[in-house]
Design a protein around this ligand. Structure first.
Ligand SMILES: Cc1cc2nc3c(=O)[nH]c(=O)nc-3n(C[C@H](O)[C@H](O)[C@H](O)COP(=O)(O)OP(=O)(O)OC[C@H]3O[C@@H](n4cnc5c(N)ncnc54)[C@H](O)[C@@H]3O)c2cc1C
Length: 592
């Protein structure tokens, strides 16, 4: 397999990465750490003391807190200095997304404003639109929202019925329709609204000001979680939108919507890390205080298992998040050198990493759900009490699997986008896959001696990748172009891709850590358990896929190959988990 610095999106399936080329969170510089501390302080002083009041649905309070974060400069992190922002690097933006992620409903409102509410104007607006809106959005003087979903158009976002018609005098688009589930609707000053002009097949995008006559905001929805964030329907009744407020070109709206969603997915991947760290901290503190049977519950193996799993899954997700962040940052810098426009370079770079964006969204949201769920369990009955932060975290985490494209849609995107990119010629997926499939007999179960720790892990990960390629080839052979409609098999492939990407990112981080920290034994424990678990997950997904596509005559050979390629040496995962939990329990907070 090839070893290159910046891989193209999805190329990790056929290439190897050098640990030196990835970014790991242990490399944050002083300035980045200070920015993260500012975010944490803001949550401590402005958000947590008000969280109960926010949860009552106090729109004015949320608006006030958002504006304070703007005054502090937090909303300007992604905005270039020429538009009143601080033009921080992409990695720093991700760190801010991570840190504010511990802010419950505030985090959702803040991210919606800074991301989907602001960035379409920054990336696709013309000079006049950027000058009119971006400085005010960067300072929090204006608050933004993003209006794509409609009652009949959710996952199938392009099927919306909201319509725009040019007025007779050619000065306005007359907007009619309805949007649903709009975050920040209750107080946003601006809306990026997607609608079809006349009978167009695809959407266009408009900047709509909430005080335009004919814009009607509904009451807030009663939700399972993120109760402090305003989510409402918006109705457009003959709203006159000045023609100057068409964002991008006519018919470009769907492309804008999708690229902003890629960005939202990547940032969500970072955002959930903050919420998960908060849940882990709450978990270990409680486990270190609560006694049953005369001892602290943190001394029980079953609780240690939970604490360790929380850490392992978070640490792996975090490794993947910052690995992709560096890839994106490098691509932004290369594209910026060509086009000179930071906004365009950023959105193009993010859109390029569509496979990884979908991976981060799915693994991150499911990691947080797991961590938040176990946090409740570690608290026992108290975890079910509405007085506890873990209860709120549990309710709030669930939305992440639904918005920014549901996890079902994103799983399909993981596998489908990688195959499409390969078909376009970005990397040789199909040649490699065919080569493996046609030589299954060459895959043998040889004993390997004298292998160092990381070489062994690399060999396992390379084996996982081979299994994925074999499955892709076999599935395409059987289903051809209709593979996209065999969603169960597509899901199996996506599952394997996601788990492999996670394991590889984790391995690269631990490998790089060796030169930064002297003793990495606990990180090796994390990697050991992850690889062990991943091998079982890959084996299961591969077997599920193979028995769904392979004919009777060759299924035995394909299953045997998958079996060999997912074999890993047994390790004492109980002891490894105990050591991981031991560090967490001793530190009494997440300090990995
Ligand atoms: C709290 C909250 C905040 C939100 N904020 C915003 C916002 O600010 N702006 C905005 O525009 N939208 C927002 N949304 C909307 C959100 O993006 C949509 O709810 C989401 O895209 C899913 O659409 P839907 O609810 O219509 O579900 P549906 O699309 O009806 O999906 C129902 C189920 O079918 C599955 N499904 C659908 N299509 C397929 C397929 N092709 N293959 C397999 N399975 C499929 C889905 O995965 C899901 O499980 C928000 C939603 C919520 C709940």
């Amino acid at each position: 397999m090839e070893d290159r610095k910046n891989l193209k999106s999805g190329e990790f399936l056929v290439a190897e990465t050098n640990p030196e080329s990835i970014f790991i969170p242990e490399e944050f510089n002083e300035e980045q750490q200070m920015i993260a501390q500012t975010c944490r302080d803001f949550l401590e002083t402005e958000v947590y003391p008000q969280i109960t009041e926010l949860e009552k649905g106090n729109r004015d309070l949320m608006k006030t807190i958002l504006k304070k974060s703007g005054e502090l400069g937090l909303m300007g992190v992604s905005i270039p200095e020429e538009f009143g922002g601080f033009g921080q690097s992409f990695i720093t933006q991700m760190l801010v997304a991570e840190t504010t992620g511990a802010g419950y409903s505030f985090s959702v409102a803040f991210m919606a404003h800074c991301g989907i509410g602001t960035l379409p104007v920054l990336y696709y607006g013309n000079k006049d639109q950027r000058e009119r809106y971006i400085p005010k959005l960067a300072s929090g003087e204006l608050l933004g929202s993003y209006c794509l979903t409609e009652p009949g158009a959710g996952s199938d976002a392009n099927s919306g019925k909201t319509n725009a018609k040019l007025s007779d005098d050619g000065k306005y688009y007359i907007l009619n329709g309805q949007k649903m589930w709009i975050t920040n609707a209750g107080f946003a000053d601006t809306q990026v609204v997607f609608a079809k002009i006349d009978n167009d097949r695809v959407l266009s995008a408009f900047i709509v000001e909430s005080n335009y006559p004919g814009v009607v905001i509904g009451p807030d929805e009663h939700k399972m979680g993120i109760k402090g964030s305003s989510t409402a329907q918006i109705y457009y009744n003959d709203v006159k939108v000045p023609v100057e407020n068409l964002l991008g070109k006519r018919g470009e709206g769907f492309r804008i919507a999708l690229s902003i969603l890629h960005m939202g997915r990547i940032k969500l991947g970072a955002n959930v890390l903050g919420a998960a760290k908060k849940a882990i901290n709450d978990s270990v503190k409680y486990a270190n205080e609560r006694k049953q049977f005369g001892v602290l519950i943190s001394t029980f193996g079953a609780i240690k298992h939970k604490l360790a799993e929380q850490v392992i899954r978070l640490f792996a997700s975090e490794s993947a998040v910052y690995r992709v962040s560096r890839d994106i940052e490098d691509l932004i810098n290369r594209l910026k050198a060509d086009c000179g426009d930071t906004g365009r370079a950023t959105i193009d770079a993010i859109s390029h990493y569509a496979v990884e964006a979908a991976i981060l969204k799915v693994i991150g949201s499911e990691m947080l759900d797991f961590v938040a769920d176990e946090a409740v369990q570690i608290h026992g009955g108290m975890g079910y009490s509405a007085e506890m932060d873990v209860e709120r975290n549990y309710r709030d985490s669930r939305i992440n699997r639904i918005f920014e494209g549901t996890n079902e849609i994103n799983r399909l995107l993981v596998a489908d986008t990688a195959m499409k990119r390969a078909m376009k010629g970005d990397f040789d997926l199909f040649g490699n896959a065919a080569g493996l499939y046609e030589n299954l007999g060459n895959i043998t179960d040889n004993e390997i001696s004298d292998e160092n720790y990381f070489d062994e892990k690399s060999r396992y990960i390379s084996g996982f990748k081979k299994v994925i390629l074999i499955c892709i080839h076999g599935a395409l052979k059987k289903f051809e172009k209709s593979l996209i409609h065999e969603q169960e098999v597509m899901n199996d492939i996506a599952e394997m891709m996601m788990e492999t990407y996670l394991s590889e990112s984790l391995k690269l981080r631990v490998q790089k850590l060796e030169s930064i920290k002297g003793n990495i034994s606990v990180y090796k424990d994390i990697l050991d358990v992850n690889i062990y678990e991943t091998s079982h997950k890959i084996r299961k997904s591969a077997f599920d896929a193979i028995v769904s596509f392979a004919d009777e005559e060759n299924s035995a050979a394909v299953l045997k190959a998958a079996d060999i390629l997912t074999k890993v040496r047994g390790i004492n995962i109980k002891d490894a988990r105990r050591r991981i939990a031991g560090k967490l329990i001793e530190d009494n907070s997440y300090q990995f």
